[in-house]
Design a protein around this ligand. Structure first.
Ligand SMILES: Cc1ncc(COP(=O)(O)O)c(C=O)c1O
Length: 259
C-alpha cells in the first residue's frame, strides 16, 4: 500500500480500511521496515488491529525480522501482542539473519495458528525438504545463548544511522527523515529530480538519480520506485563506518554538482 513521508511511511488505519475488499486475503506488515526503516508503535498497531477485527476474512503476516533493531526510546511491539482477538489469524515470522547477523545460515521461523503451521510444514517440506540441522542448532544457540551482542550491535547501528542521516541532510537537494528501526534510511530526492548532473545527465526520476550516482561517483543505492515509493532512495547502513563516510561524501559531491 502506498504511504507517505508525512505519515512516516506508515499505513494509517483509514488507508487500511479503504484498501480492504472482499477479495483481500492478507495484510503483510513489516515493522521495522525494509526499505524505509519505519516502525509502528503499539498505538499505531492497535489502530490497525481495530480495522482488522472488523474484517474477519483478512489474515495478517507480521514480518518481525528487524525486531531487535530499533533505536532511542522506540519500543518494539507486534500485532499478535496488541489484539488477542486476532491471534487465530496472525502469522508472525522472524529469523536470525538480521538480529544475529546470521544471513548466510538461512534460518527463519514462524508462529501462528496450528492449522496454518501444519499447512506451511507441508509446503516447506516439499519445497526445501527442511532447513539444514546444523544451521538450525546454530540458530537455537543464538536465540538461547547470551543476548549481549544485540545491545552492542544496536548501539553501533544507531551511531551509523545518526551519522548517515546527518550527512545526507547536509547534502544539497536531499531530505532524510530519521527512521526508528532496521538498517536503512530512505531520503527524498524530489528536489534533485529535473536537474542535470555534472556530466550533463538529466535526472527524470529516482531511477536516473541512482543510476547516475553509481556511474559518476560509484555509490550504490536502490531507487525508491523499485519499492513502489519514490522519488526516494534506500541506503543500507549495514556496513562499516569507514565505507559509510566514503559513500556519503560521494553522495554529497554528486548532489552539489546538480544544476
Ligand atoms: C523485511 C525482510 N524480511 C525478511 C528478510 C529475510 O531475510 P533472510 O532471507 O536473510 O532470512 C529480509 C532480508 O532482507 C527482509 O528485509
Amino acid at each position: 500500500m502506498p504511504t507517505c513521508l508525512s505519515d512516516g511511511f506508515k499505513v494509517t488505519a483509514a488507508a487500511l480500511e479503504a484498501a480492504i475488499t472482499p477479495r483481500t486475503k492478507w495484510l503483510i506488515l513489516n515493522s521495522p521496515s525494509n526499505p524505509t526503516g519505519a516502525a509502528y508503535s503499539g498505538d499505531e498497531l492497535k489502530a490497525l488491529s481495530e480495522v482488522l477485527v472488523r474484517h474477519p476474512h483478512v489474515w495478517t503476516l507480521s514480518d518481525d525480522i528487524y525486531e531487535h533493531l530499533t533505536y532511542g526510546n522506540f519500543v518494539f511491539t507486534t500485532m499478535a501482542q496488541v489484539e488477542p482477538a486476532l491471534r487465530d489469524r496472525v502469522l508472525t515470522v522472524n529469523g536470525v539473519s538480521k538480529s544475529y547477523a546470521m544471513t548466510g545460515w538461512r534460518i527463519g521461523y514462524a508462529g501462528g495458528p496450528e492449522r496454518l503451521i501444519k499447512e506451511l510444514e507441508k509446503l516447506q517440506s516439499q519445497q526445501t525438504s527442511g532447513a539444514c540441522s546444523i544451521a538450525q542448532w546454530a540458530a537455537v544457540e543464538a536465540l538461547n545463548g547470551p543476548q549481549d551482542y544485540i545491545a552492542k550491535s544496536r548501539s553501533v547501528f544507531k551511531e551509523r544511522r545518526d551519522l548517515v542521516v546527518s550527512l545526507l541532510n547536509e547534502a544539497d537537494h536531499l531530505k532524510c527523515p530519521v527512521p526508528d528501526g532496521a538498517f536503512y534510511v530512505y531520503p527524498s530526492c524530489a528536489d534533485a529530480i529535473g536537474r542535470s548532473t555534472r556530466s550533463g545527465k538529466f535526472l527524470r526520476n529516482d531511477e536516473d538519480f541512482a543510476a547516475a550516482l553509481l556511474e559518476e561517483e560509484g555509490a550504490a543505492v536502490v531507487h525508491g520506485a523499485a519499492f513502489g515509493q519514490g522519488p526516494n532512495f534506500r541506503l543500507s547502513y549495514a556496513t562499516s563506518t569507514e565505507v559509510l563516510l566514503d559513500a556519503c561524501a560521494r553522495i554529497q559531491r554528486f548532489c552539489s554538482g546538480l544544476k
